[in-house]
Design a protein around this ligand. Sequence first.
Ligand code: APR
Length: 251
Amino acid sequence: MMETDFRNANIVVLTGAGISAASGLSTFRDQGGLWEKYPVEDIASPEGYQRDPELVESFYNARRAQLDASNVAPNAAHFALAKLEQEHQGRLLLVTQNVDDLHERAGSNQVLHMHGELRKACCPVTMQPFFMEQPFSAENVCQCCEKPQRLRPNIVWFGEMPIGMGEIEQALTECDLFISIGTSGTVYPAAGFIRLAKAFGAEAIDINLEPSYSSPFNIFMQGCATQQVPRMVESILSGEPIESTAEEALI
Ligand code: APR
């Protein structure tokens, strides 16, 4: 149990695909996840895109279309984090590895998408991102270059630099509480955020269906994010102790 009163704490939250699972969006590494169906190196790497841009475009066009499906909407975990942003007295940085827009649709205004965003495209030369409605295709070119370039998904692929790392690292060194929600803790640099936060004195909470990280969290709230995140947010806002919901608290 953590007795600390976090009502005025500086908090960094990291979310992963698990927070959107209950909204109907596939995770990557769970059974039936995206990386079981698509080879990562073909779909989520600059080399794969160079080899076969149409294959990559079809993958992201399908995921973009899925965001507009009537059965895909923010869930209670997204809404709870939006409530935390609105009511928390201390600083809050919400970092997501997710490229969906469910945090924003739940009402979160300050979201740092460190792996990019499905709804945006970017010019491969300037890397300038902008919202784009139409699907990716060879006809879809930039307007910023003398020789118009084929627009690419505004997604950070393996081997590329995640977005906002300076801001994230600064916030991790200054936070009192680091919260990881629905991520397997397998992809760096995100997987290393807990170590940096703890090295600077933060306490840490992991919310997941099962223990995933190898790093030491103070509290492990086992269960679906739609149940655990609202509980945790209420505890933070009321200054109540936060308890592990599993036999082993990972200290
Ligand atoms: N509630 C809480 N956690 C859940 C839920 C749920 N309903 N459903 C799944 N999870 C957990 C799984 O136990 C797993 O630990 O979410 C995690 C999903 O892990 P991954 O599929 O690896 O997704 P993520 O951690 O976001 O991947 C990180 O890898 O391929 C890259 O760019 C991609 O951003 C992604 C990054």
